[in-house]
Ligand binder design. Structure first.
Ligand code: GLA
Length: 389
């Protein structure tokens, strides 16, 4: 599908031409996994894969939703926006429209067609991509583009937390909205301060590797990990005046870890606190162009997510191990929530094809599934696109 197909499909479905087009990226996270909801630092980037959308205002209160990826179409009145299981993917747009309307922003009926070129369930945040696409449509069509990106981010996170029921942190929505070409975003999830860091990867390429094991965030252990972190925080609060786990340094944690009785809970806290420190190291290495050191930190992060946070699984572990066995790969790790989905690898420019062939073969032999590889640019955040159709 491309933009002109999208326009044609809009015409086929709704019987008139849609004139406004938008693109909302998806994201990868370089490092800082499962610490956004613990007030830590994360280092995501928006990528040039994502969700396209075409929209037209209506002069009534009807919301009509259609997708190039799913057959399911949804029609609903703007005054009746409730989560309905039968509305499947349509609940994401419904949630965003609901909370933006509830906050008093302008919004009325719309005909919307979306189409994404990221496999959904790949852990690249197709849901945040769809949410921000809708939020930006509302901003542009009804509010003269006056709503700040951070406001859009917060409404989309709220839709995911309180409409869909996944207690995600703010990283995905932030990265999708604020992404910048060839930059990673260093985001402090406690203060929401952020800065851009150039992707100085010298002669290495970042390859995204899809396990093709679907990551179902809803049914996964994501919310369980969140509450385990809260359990650790409740204990550690007795020893330091803190609001989140990432306010503890590694040195401090080493002294108080012993107060957490349950091994599993101590492991979760250990991952969070050390991962936060690793983000700082990774930034230093990225800024200085020390790519092989960056690769080593990726590996430490993956090992911790595998052994302490327990969010990897056979597919992600096999793919990362197979990547690391390739002589020209200097680092690899899962990215996103885990439990399937994608990993990233740093691979010498000249070895990319060989890497994809060999790692793909190995993965297939061991896991019995095909892996997919994406070589995509680090791109800008949500935006309107001019379509000359
Ligand atoms: C998902 C969530 C994010 C973040 C990551 C793990 O992508 O949506 O908020 O917690 O998992 O780092």
């Amino acid at each position: 599908m491309n933009l002109s197909n999208l326009a044609e499909k809009f015409y086929d479905i709704y019987g008139y031409k849609g004139k406004k087009f938008f693109f909302s990226p998806s994201r990868i996270n370089l490092i800082g996994e499962h610490i956004d909801y613990n007030g830590g630092y994360v280092l995501p980037c928006a990528i040039e894969l994502g969700t396209y959308g075409c929209v037209q205002k209506r002069d009534d209160n009807l919301i009509r939703l259609a997708s190039g990826n799913f057959d399911l179409r949804v029609e609903t009145d703007i005054n009746d926006l409730r989560y309905e299981a039968k509305h499947g993917w349509g609940n994401y747009p419904k949630g965003v429209i609901h909370f933006m309307k509830e906050s008093g922003y302008g919004v009325s009926g719309m005909d919307i067609l979306v189409w994404g070129n990221i496999p959904n369930g790949a852990g690249l945040s197709s849901s945040a991509s769809l949410e921000l696409l809708i939020a930006e449509m509302i901003n542009n069509l009804f509010n003269d583009g006056q709503i700040s990106k951070l406001e859009l981010v917060k409404h989309c996170q709220k839709a995911e937390n309180d409409f869909i029921g996944v207690k995600c942190g703010i990283m995905d929505q932030f990265a999708v909205a604020m992404g910048k070409a060839n930059k990673a975003i260093l985001l402090d999830c406690n203060s929401l301060d952020s800065k851009y860091i150039s992707m100085n990867l010298k002669d290495y390429k970042l390859i995204i590797m899809n396990t093709n094991k679907r990551r179902e965030l809803n049914s996964s252990k994501y919310n369980e990990r969140r509450s385990e972190c809260e359990e650790a925080l409740d204990i550690l609060k007795k020893y330091k005046d803190i609001n989140n786990l990432c306010q503890i340094t590694v040195e401090e944690y080493e002294k108080i870890e012993k107060y957490i009785d349950k091994k599993e809970i101590a492991n979760r806290a250990h991952h969070v606190i050390y991962e936060n420190q690793r983000v700082g190291e990774a930034c230093k290495f990225l800024e200085g162009g020390h790519v092989s050191k960056l690769g080593q930190v990726f590996v430490e992060s993956h090992n911790s997510l595998r052994d302490l946070y327990e969010v990897t699984g056979i597919e992600l572990d096999t793919l990362v191990e197979s990547a690391l066995e390739h002589g020209e790969c200097i680092g690899a790790r899962m990215t996103g929530a885990g439990f399937g989905g994608c990993a990233i690898a740093l691979v010498k420019n000249t070895a990319v094809d060989d890497f994809m062939n060999k790692v793909g073969d190995k993965y297939k032999r061991k896991v019995g599934k095909e892996a997919d590889f994406y070589l995509t640019d680090i791109g800008d955040g949500i935006r309107e696109i001019d379509a000359i159709i």
